[in-house]
Every structure is written in structure tokens, then in C-alpha cells.
Design a protein around this ligand. Structure first.
Ligand code: AMP
Length: 219
């Protein structure tokens, strides 16, 4: 099954993608994660992307389309993938359509996570992730079961993203509304859009998404 999780920064796309990946054996493809890894490794892509990411803008379509085109060709994606943070522009969505056709694969569904704008800044500013395995946490909504210890791998090191600050969040939200929110209409018109209540508790959102996936499997 090939899915897109769509929603503004802080909607919970990463959390729900990790959950779905664990439950269903799908591969989570987060362009944000891939770009952060490229920045850390100091690759050419990383060098091109770093300043834009820090400012809260969008990295060029060519770069992210290239990253995804290479990644979905890898054998671990054969069973299916969840796109988290891609596509983010209409040009990326059109490129994804072409890419999937060329690989005789299809998009099974797009899940829009709808959230109140007012909640996003709080959600983003409390985020952290395990430095070792990348599992995501939140200071008030998703704490590790044992304080300071990752639930997944037991590591005691956590990181916070450089762009998760109040100043950059405003720009990221602007980029979402200007560039990404038109994708809701794009996928609605294609008949593949499903909306869940991203304001519900994490477990409830997962249930709603599972409900969508069951309806897709039955269709
Ligand atoms: P994310 O982890 O999805 O919030 O992405 C972090 C940052 O990476 C974004 O603010 C953008 O600068 C960049 N980025 C991630 N995915 C994309 C994409 N599909 N198109 C353009 N920029 C992206």
C-alpha cells in the first residue's frame, strides 16, 4: 500500500507514519529526515538545503523529487511506503504522479491530518526525537514511558530540530498554506483524499487512519 500523509508542520505526520510503519511493515519516507541526514553528512544536497531549511522555506522541487525517485526504487519499498512531508507543492505532486506511472505503481490514498492552527506552535515547540533511532516524542503529548529513556531503543540521548523554534514555525506554516494546502484540492479531485481529526489523542488518530486503510483494502 502506498500512502501520503498530508498536513501542516506539527500535525503529527511523523508520529503516525512511525506507527503505521511499525504496524503494517510499510516504509516511512520523510523528505525532512532525509534532508536532515544529508545536512549532517555534509553532502552536496545537504549543503544546498541547509540554509533554506533553517529559514523555514522549501527546498527546491528538483532536489526532493530526485531524492524520492531514488528512494522508492530501493527493494525495501516494494511492499509499500508512506510519504511524510512529500509532496509539498503541486509540481512535486505532478512529478510523483509521473514517477508512479513510470514504475507501474499507484497511490492508494492520501490521508489529510486536519488540525487547528493555534495548536501547531505548541506542538512543534515541544518536540524531540531519540538521537539514536529517531523515535519522536513530545514534552506534553508523548513522553517516553521512562523519563529520559527512548521507548524503542533504550537510548538516553534526545535531540531537538534546529527549525523547531517560534520564529521559523511561522514561516513553515506560511509555506504550508501557500504551497502545500492546494494539494488537498488536488487529491480530493482525484478521489483519493481521506481526512482524519488530527486534534484527537494520538491513539485515536491511529484508529481513524486504520479505519481509512481498512476501507481502502475493502474497496
Ligand atoms: P519536515 O521534517 O517535513 O518538517 O521538513 C523539514 C524541512 O525540510 C522543511 O521545512 C523544508 O525546508 C524541507 N523539506 C522537507 N520536505 C520537503 C519537500 N517535500 N519539499 C521542499 N522542502 C522540503
Amino acid at each position: 500500500m502506498n500512502l501520503i500523509l498530508l498536513g501542516p508542520p506539527g500535525a503529527g505526520k511523523g508520529t503516525q507514519s512511525q506507527e503505521l510503519a511499525a504496524r503494517r511493515g510499510l516504509i516511512q519516507l520523510s523528505t525532512g529526515e532525509m534532508l536532515r541526514a544529508a545536512v549532517k553528512a555534509g553532502t552536496e544536497i545537504g549543503r544546498k538545503a541547509e540554509a533554506v531549511m533553517k529559514s523555514g522555506g522549501l527546498v527546491s522541487d528538483d532536489i526532493v523529487i530526485g531524492i524520492i525517485a531514488d528512494r522508492i526504487d530501493q527493494p525495501d519499498c516494494a511492499k509499500g511506503f508512506i510519504l511524510d512531508g512529500f509532496p509539498r507543492t503541486l509540481a512535486q505532486a505532478a512529478a510523483l504522479d509521473r514517477l508512479l506511472v513510470s514504475k507501474t505503481r499507484k497511490l492508494d490514498g492520501v490521508i489529510e491530518m486536519r488540525v487547528d492552527d493555534a495548536a501547531l506552535v505548541d506542538r512543534i515547540s515541544g518536540r524531540s526525537a531519540c538521537a539514536k533511532c529517531g523515535a519522536g516524542y513530545h514534552d506534553s503529548h508523548k513522553r517516553p514511558k521512562t523519563a529520559g529513556v527512548c521507548d524503542v531503543c533504550g537510548s538516553t540521548e534526545f535531540t531537538r530540530r534546529a527549525d523547531d523554534n517560534a520564529e521559523t514555525v511561522g514561516k513553515r506554516l506560511m509555506a504550508y498554506y501557500r504551497e502545500t494546502s492546494p494539494l488537498i484540492g488536488y487529491y480530493f479531485a482525484k478521489g483519493v483524499l481521506h481526512t482524519v481529526d488530527g486534534m484527537a489523542p494520538i491513539g485515536e488518530v491511529t484508529k481513524q487512519i486504520e479505519g481509512v486503510l481498512k476501507s481502502l483494502a475493502a474497496a
